[in-house]
Design a protein around this ligand. Structure first.
Ligand code: ADP
Ligand code: MG
Length: 613
């Protein structure tokens, strides 16, 4: 039989290798930025168009390349950074595999201009799908410029696989931030479709973090510093009260390289043990320096995972040093999450004279008629119960006359305490159990409603209706709210602005790092605004949906989740009733927006069976 094995031609091998190195435009951004850093540039510009799909360009003022190197750098395994395997253990550069440029050139149109400082003239090369198109001598500034156009032009399947511009842009920002955070002494600028998104002058680490993540970040940060034989740690962690809902601002750098490590993340979380709300995520920017021979960076092609020789010691040191910082800056003991903000003295009371208390007696007061209204329901227009709900009750009135005569959670109350009207309505009586479920009798037996899920459904449908008919009412704020966000969060908000306005938000102005809100939806209170927006941003981690319909859907879901009454909240009778009526007035009362059942029913026969045992 004849032999069938062949060596793959270089351009095919490169295309295959590219699959590993270049998943998306952000991978190109990472490789080009890292090359510029390795070339010891002090000024690096990143220019992208259409989320990198049309163009990724990096311009640096680094060492540049000779004519020969300019040609060689596109060969596979062509690197100036290591010469032998041992060099891997004393690595001080980002790159070392010599694969990035070969891979990128195999799947895009690349134009490179490069000049070394001491040379008069530089080299200008165009290479498309691994084929050299042209090479010229050119007058150029010192440094290197790589322009990568039409990524995946020759692999349509990969190109089609790319996500929306919003998602791809997010990934690019992530990569940019990682490199910029690792090198605060380098000047970085970043342009997207002609607008300047970041301009980060050379600075201290703290300033760099603040420049990237908005001015508000400064007050949140607590420094961490520790030096031992096996690791030196420096950086910042956030005070627990500024913990966020998402993991967006968590960074580890090892020897100036961004890495991911579930194990080290665990060490940080352990340091915060007991001082964070459930599910809250601290921000951290931690820089570990270890001897290069105690780590192995080679275990992942994109080099974001590394192996440490002595993980356990590292864990213990990291945890202890963060604990120490949190303690030293006195952040640990002062936490009281359940503090009721209603107990704070409002500002305008501060300067008022004390008034003599007077006593007023309301003769009509009936402790059982109606409790203080819950804010969530006070603005809530009671919908007409639909046939759904009424049908559950049909035939009930005649055969249940006992229902109004007791309350299950409180002590027993006799009918004389209820006024006539209530007895009349006793048919709609509801009871709250364990501040979680609302129980009511229906024709066939009983219904048990999950208050949180039911309210999510009610709010979700309300928001959706408001947004689709564009007529949400909004409450004007006396003092506009200033809310600070990182620039990537600001981008998300800008994209969602229209949909948010449809829910009732009124935006006064948008700046680079904060928004000013002068009106908010009626069912949101002022103190909930930042919570609602934070939750929304966290829900949008995976990108903003493309269509405006699904955008509205995401916003409505997220806001319903933030604003719905939670399990554990006491509801007055009126509120319970409104909620149950509201639920059954919904288009789809059976499930929450997150597809969980909102209520169950139990038939009398089922109960009978239980008692028959
Ligand atoms: P690696 O970074 O792993 O060495 P690359 O394919 O990214 O591999 O780059 C190949 C070589 O090209 C580098 O080793 C370096 O010598 C040279 N090079 C790449 N980018 C630049 C740049 N911006 N300035 C100077 N030299 C560069
Ligand atoms: Mg490289």
């Amino acid at each position: 039989m004849s032999s069938i094995i062949q060596l793959l031609p270089d351009h095919v091998a490169n295309q295959i290798a590219a699959g590993e190195v270049v998943q998306r435009p952000a991978s190109v951004v990472k490789e080009l930025l890292e090359n510029a850093v390795d070339a010891r540039a002090t000024d690096i510009k990143l220019i992208i168009k259409d989320a990198g799909k049309a163009l990724v360009q990096v311009i640096d003022n680094g060492l540049g390349m000779s004519v020969t190197d300019a040609r060689l750098c596109f060969e596979r395994h062509a690197t100036s950074k290591i010469r032998q395997a041992e060099d891997l253990f004393s690595l001080h550069t980002k790159g070392f595999r010599g694969e990035a440029l070969a891979s990128i050139a195999a799947i895009a149109h690349v134009e490179m201009k490069t000049k070394q400082d001491q040379e008069e003239l530089g080299t200008h090369i165009i290479i498309e799908g691994s084929k050299f198109v042209s090479q010229d001598v050119a007058v150029l500034p010192k440094g290197t410029s790589f322009a990568v156009k039409n990524l995946f032009f020759n692999i349509p399947a990969r190109r089609n696989f790319l996500k929306s511009d919003t998602v791809e842009y997010r990934h690019i920002i992530d990569e940019f931030q990682r490199v910029a955070l690792a090198h605060p002494k380098i000047h970085f600028t970043f342009y997207h479709n002609g607008s300047e998104m970041f301009n980060l002058p050379p600075s201290t680490l703290r300033q760099r973090i603040v420049n990237i993540f908005s001015g508000k970040t400064n007050e949140k940060l607590v420094p961490v510093q520790e030096e031992t034989e096996i690791v030196a740690i420096q950086g910042f962690v956030s005070k627990p009260e500024f913990a966020k809902k998402n993991r967006g601002e968590q960074f580890f750098f090892v020897n100036d390289r961004f890495i991911k490590s579930g194990y080290l993340h665990h060490a940080v979380m352990a340091a915060y043990d007991g001082i964070l709300k459930d599910g809250a995520q601290p921000s951290y920017f931690l820089y570990l320096s270890v001897p290069p021979n105690t780590i192995d960076i080679n275990i992942h092609p994109t080099k974001t995972e590394i192996k440490f020789d002595d993980e356990h010691a590292l864990y213990a040191i990291l945890r202890a040093s963060i604990k120490h910082s949190l303690g030293q800056f006195n952040v640990a003991p002062v936490l009281d999450f359940d503090r009721d903000s209603n107990l704070d003295t409002p500002y305008h009371y501060k300067d008022l004279e004390g008034a003599t208390p007077t006593i007023q007696v309301d003769g009509n007061f009936n402790p059982f008629s109606d409790d203080k209204p819950n804010k969530h329901f006070s603005n809530y227009k009671k919908p007409e119960p639909t046939a759904n709900w009424e049908s559950l009750y049909v035939g009930l009135k005649q055969d249940t006359d006992e229902i109004g005569h007791m309350t299950f959670e409180n002590e027993e109350v006799t009918s004389s305490l209820f006024n006539d009207e209530e007895v009349e309505h006793s048919v709609h009586k509801t009871y709250q159990i364990h501040k979680k479920y609302i129980v009511s009798s229906i024709k066939s037996g009983m219904v048990i409603v999950d208050q949180q899920r039911a309210h999510q459904r009610v709010l979700y449908e309300q928001f959706l209706v408001n947004m689709t008919v564009n007529q949400a009412s909004s409450q004007q704020l006396l003092f506009p709210l200033n809310l600070f966000f990182s620039s990537s969060e600001m981008n998300l908000i800008a994209e969602l602005q229209l949909s948010l306005m449809n829910t009732g938000f009124v935006f006064e102005e948008n700046n680079s790092d904060h928004i000013v809100i002068s009106g908010i939806p009626v069912n949101v209170t002022e103190s909930e605004v930042s919570l609602v927006l934070e939750q929304l941003l966290s829900d949008l981690q995976d990108g903003i949906p493309e269509s405006s319909f699904s955008q509205n859907d995401t916003i409505a879901k997220s806001m319903a989740k933030s604003l719905a009454v939670k399990t554990g909240t006491h509801l007055t009778e009126k509120e319970q009733e409104n909620l149950v009526n509201g639920l059954f007035a919904c288009k789809d009362p059976n499930v929450s927006p997150f597809h969980k059942p909102t209520f169950i029913t139990m038939r009398v026969e089922d109960l009978d069976k239980k008692f028959a045992l």
